[in-house]
Each structure stands twice: as structure tokens, then as C-alpha cells.
Design a protein around this ligand. Structure first.
Ligand code: NAP
Ligand code: ZN
Ligand code: ZN
Length: 351
């Protein structure tokens, strides 16, 4: 297979910082789109993966799955894109396309596992896939999204993971007018969850551990912000929620949120902390509550989400950084000091 060289930032081991690293990208095949990466969002999953917190990382690890860029070349059979178009790539670059999940548009739940944008088997070059903290990427057009005209590109990048990961469960559990909905954790995912739940017409309550984020929570669309360390404030909301979306990246007391659900209410986890979260069973039994999870979203739904964002003028609130500041940005994200997504300006890697 013919390849070309690209630049990236990679972690060589669980304990090492990210540093410049030359990688190979394949020459575009007939159905491939080559994308010059303009912006890449910084997801907490990048940190979990690079530091082997999910115990499956292959090194060197090039993170990044919130990619927006410009098409530089397309393969001979590509129909959706042409050179010069804007394009986006999220957490997946392929799947089996034939199983019941793929056929239903749930490529993220592919029965053979999707090929993730990083840390999956690379079926073209061998080895493993390398993500968007890089100058360019080559992806089959079936997994490339269209960027609607007029969107702010840095603010659009995080929609490819933080956006779809919150949009999809809010849609699946039919969040809308007349419902009381909680969002837990005001980070990259959480701030998109607040925006979408509000846009869908729900009564939105944000739960945060950071009193300094109250004003932002209200500005982003929450009707009320509760500091979760305040036991009295939590108690006032007991057994009152239809739906709660938990987007916390670390260990926390899940039972405190289960007890806020009303009869038949659902708590859905999208956060993926390293260790198990113990559940007090009586919090599920009385009164009959649901505890669920959700992962990103399918390709069709991701396009629907991008089009919804364009129509409703929704983008992420971002702090744009040069890639040379990535280790600092990770340290700040881990300290809950992100407002509310770091996005890498990839021009900084091309100098
Ligand atoms: P993030 O920007 O770092 O936000 C996480 C937020 O969780 C923080 O801002 C903080 O909010 C809260 N938090 C952090 N540590 C906490 C602690 N010790 N106790 C209580 N709250 C804490 O992360 P993200 O990028 O949004 O990702 C969130 C999680 O979702 C990660 O685990 C990530 O891997 C996972 N994820 C899952 C999917 C999926 O498909 N299911 C997709 C993407 C990401 P406050 O300051 O407001 O408390
Ligand atoms: Zn992500
Ligand atoms: Zn499949």
C-alpha cells in the first residue's frame, strides 16, 4: 500500500506526554476522502485512552476524534465530496456495514465493533488507527460528514463527539417539552447536553461540582444550576426527574442521581470513568427506575445533529489552542478547568 507522511502528536506510553511524531497515511483509494485537518477538538476520552485508563491502549497513540477540515483529494468513486469541500470526521472511520446494528444506522454498536478513529485495527495499513491530532487523515466517504455552510469551524469540531454523544441519548429517550431533565458535569459533553436539552424544549437542571460554573450553566441554557455538594439543594429535587444524562469523567456517587429520578425515569451514563460505579439496588427498585448507557451516535444521526446545529445556530463554546499547548490543556481539563472544549488549531502543526 502506498503511503505518505503526516505529522502528529502522540503518546508513546501511558505515562508519557504528547510529543511530535511522524506517521504514515494511506494514499486515497477509490472511496476515500483525504482531509487537511483544520481543527480537532480535545475530548476527555483522548486522555483516558492515551493514559491507558481503559486498559486496551496500543502505542504509539495519536488521539483526536473531533475533526473538521478541508478535502484535498477524493478517490475515483467518491460522490459526496470534492476537492475544496469542508468535511468532518468523528469517533468512527468504518464498521462492518452488514450486521443488524450497521443496517439500522447504529454503526457505533456494530456487532463486529466499529473501526474507531484511533486505537482500532487499521484494516488498510496494518497496525492501529491514528487520530486527528495530526495534519491530515484519509477516511472512507461513508464515514465522512458534511459541514453545513456558515458554521464556525472551531466550534463545530466538538460536535463530532461531544455533540453527537449528548444529542443521541436525548433524542432516543425523547426529551422534550413538559419534561424535567438533568445534566451532570459541565465539561465538553455536559455543556452540549445543556444546549440540546434546552433546544429540545425540556426544563433543564445542571448539576456541577464547580460553584464557579453556575453563571455559565445558566448562560448556556440551564433553567437552574445545582451544586451537587449541597445536600439540601439535592434533596429538593428528590424523585422529580424524567431523565438525567451523566457526563462525568471520574468516580462519583451515582446513587445521589438515581434517587432524583421519578417513577420510570431514566439515568443514562455517557461518561466513561476508569473504575466501576457501585449502584445501590434499592435506588432502582423503589420507585422502578432505569439505569442506562449510550455511546456516540450513528453516521446518519451525526449528520442530522450537524444540520440541527446549523439550523438552530448551535456550536460548542471553545478555547482554541496551538498543538504545542496540548499537555497543558489536558492538565486543565483533568482539573475541571475547561470552558468548555479545547480545540486545536492544526495550522500550529503545519508550520
Ligand atoms: P470533561 O470536559 O473533562 O468534563 C467532565 C466533567 O465532569 C468536568 O468538567 C466536571 O464537571 C465533571 N467532573 C470531573 N471530575 C469529577 C469528579 N471527580 N467528580 C464529579 N464531577 C467531576 O470531559 P468530556 O470530554 O465531557 O467527557 C466526559 C466523559 O464522557 C469522559 O469520561 C469521556 O471519556 C466520556 N465520553 C463518552 C462518550 C460516549 O460515547 N459515551 C463519548 C465521549 C466522551 P463539573 O466541574 O461541572 O462538576
Ligand atoms: Zn470523544
Ligand atoms: Zn456492523
Amino acid at each position: 500500500m502506498i503511503t505518505k507522511q503526516a505529522q502528529s502528536y502522540a503518546a508513546q506510553a501511558a505515562t508519557s506526554s504528547l510529543a511530535p511524531f511522524g506517521i504514515a497515511r494511506r494514499e486515497p483509494g477509490p472511496t476515500d476522502v483525504e482531509i487537511d485537518i483544520l481543527y480537532c477538538g480535545v475530548c476527555h476520552s483522548d486522555v483516558h485512552q492515551a493514559r491507558n485508563e481503559w486498559h486496551n491502549t496500543v502505542y504509539p497513540c495519536v488521539p483526536g476524534h473531533e475533526i473538521v477540515g478541508r478535502v484535498t483529494r477524493v478517490g475515483s468513486s467518491v460522490t459526496k465530496f470534492k476537492q475544496g469541500d469542508l468535511a468532518a470526521v468523528g469517533c468512527m472511520v468504518d464498521s462492518c456495514r452488514t450486521c443488524s446494528s450497521c443496517q439500522a444506522g447504529y454503526e457505533q454498536y456494530c456487532l463486529s465493533f466499529p473501526t474507531f478513529t484511533y486505537n482500532s485495527e487499521d484494516k488498510h495499513l496494518g497496525g492501529h488507527t491514528l487520530g486527528g491530532y495530526s495534519t491530515d487523515v484519509v477516511v472512507d466517504e461513508a464515514f465522512v460528514l458534511r459541514v453545513p455552510a456558515g458554521m464556525d469551524l472551531a466550534g463545530t469540531a466538538p460536535l463530532l463527539c461531544a455533540g453527537i454523544t449528548t444529542y443521541s441519548p436525548l433524542r432516543h429517550w425523547k426529551v422534550g417539552p413538559g419534561q424535567k431533565v438533568g445534566i451532570v458535569g459541565l465539561g465538553g459533553l455536559g455543556h452540549m447536553g445543556v444546549k440540546f436539552a434546552r433546544a429540545f424544549g425540556a426544563q433543564v437542571v445542571l448539576f456541577t461540582t464547580s460553584p464557579g460554573k453556575i453563571a455559565d450553566g445558566l448562560r448556556l441554557g440551564a433553567h437552574e444550576v445545582v451544586v451537587s455538594k449541597d445536600a439540601e439543594a439535592m434533596k429538593k429535587h428528590a424523585s422529580s426527574f424524567n431523565f438525567i444524562l451523566d457526563a462525568v469523567s471520574a468516580q462519583h456517587d451515582i446513587n445521589a442521581y438515581l434517587s432524583l429520578l421519578k417513577l420510570d425515569g431514566t439515568l443514562t451514563l455517557v461518561g466513561a470513568p476508569e473504575h466501576p460505579l457501585p449502584v445501590e439496588v434499592f435506588n432502582l427498585l423503589l420507585p422502578r427506575r432505569n439505569f442506562a448507557g449510550s455511546a456516540i451516535g450513528g453516521i446518519k444521526e451525526t449528520q442530522e445533529m450537524l444540520d440541527f446545529c446549523a439550523a438552530h445556530k448551535i456550536v460548542s463554546d471553545v478555547e482554541v489552542i496551538p498543538i504545542q499547548k496540548i499537555n497543558e490543556a489536558w492538565a486543565r481539563m483533568i482539573k475541571q478547568d475547561v470552558r468548555y472544549r479545547f480545540v486545536i488549531d492544526m495550522a500550529s502543526l503545519k508550520k
